[in-house]
Design a protein around this ligand. Structure first.
Ligand code: FPP
Length: 222
């Protein structure tokens, strides 16, 4: 969800106003996914690297996240959305963790869209955590290293319950992956739009999905 800062700067506003507008844009995207009967939507809301931002911006983002979860959970329930989260969630402030787990619990029985928030998430960290988890199982004698393959490793990632993404949408024109789902994006189709995240609406989502539907996926074959 890139471009919140630039959106605010263009209007002479503080960066947090861009993040607030970005949080509003989440609603349209979730609704659009519902309209399209999309099963999984993962939003890169806060990266492991984002902790390096000025303290005031980090604090404002954490407050925004907590407020968003508190205010929007009834709407998620109404729309049959199941909330999930990936990342080093224990890095988040305690109040934020509490609200996150509450929202996850309250939406656990929904069976429409699964909305996954990537929070304090880093793709490399996820792979390292996956290796640690595998090593632990080897130490316990539960698995033989010779049995490790792609499928088994995938089961040790934060995303073990979800399929790999079909489509990655990057807003604000940046041509980077920025440490997002490094393992899972192997065969994901990429779509880059110059639109800044706060301006990304339902129609933009439909356009991205429309273009995706015209792509030919070969997975390395012919
Ligand atoms: C990147 O834009 C955006 C973020 C680091 C935060 C994204 C957070 C939200 C949209 C709101 C909170 C999330 C939820 C789910 C309520 P940037 O700040 O790097 O923008 P820039 O590149 O233009 O400076």
């Amino acid at each position: 969800m890139d471009g919140n800062g630039r959106w605010a700067k263009e209007r002479g506003l503080p960066r947090i106003k861009g993040h607030e507008k970005g949080a509003d844009a989440v609603k349209a995207c979730v609704e659009g996914c519902g309209d399209l009967r999309i099963e999984f939507l993962t939003l890169y809301a806060f990266s492991a690297e984002n902790w390096q931002r000025p303290k005031s911006e980090v604090l404002a983002l954490m407050n925004l996240l907590e407020r968003f979860l508190k205010e929007k959970t009834p709407e998620l329930i109404e729309k049959n959305v199941r909330l999930q989260a990936i990342g080093r969630l224990t890095d988040l402030p305690e109040a934020c963790q509490k609200q996150l787990h509450k929202s996850i619990e309250q939406t656990a029985h929904n069976h429409g869209l699964t909305l996954i928030l990537a929070l304090s998430y880093g793709g490399r960290l996820e792979i390292v955590d996956g290796i640690k988890s595998l090593l632990h199982e080897i130490e316990q004698g539960h698995i033989d290293p010779a049995m490790i393959d792609v499928e088994m490793f995938s089961k040790h990632l934060y995303t073990r319950y979800y399929p790999d993404p079909d489509l990655l949408i990057r807003t604000s024109g940046e041509m980077r992956i920025s440490n997002f789902l490094l393992w899972q994006l192997s065969y994901t189709e990429m779509y880059v739009t110059p639109k800044l995240w706060p301006d990304f609406g339902k129609e933009d989502l439909f356009e991205a999905v429309n273009e995706f539907s015209r792509r030919q996926r070969r997975y390395g074959g012919v």
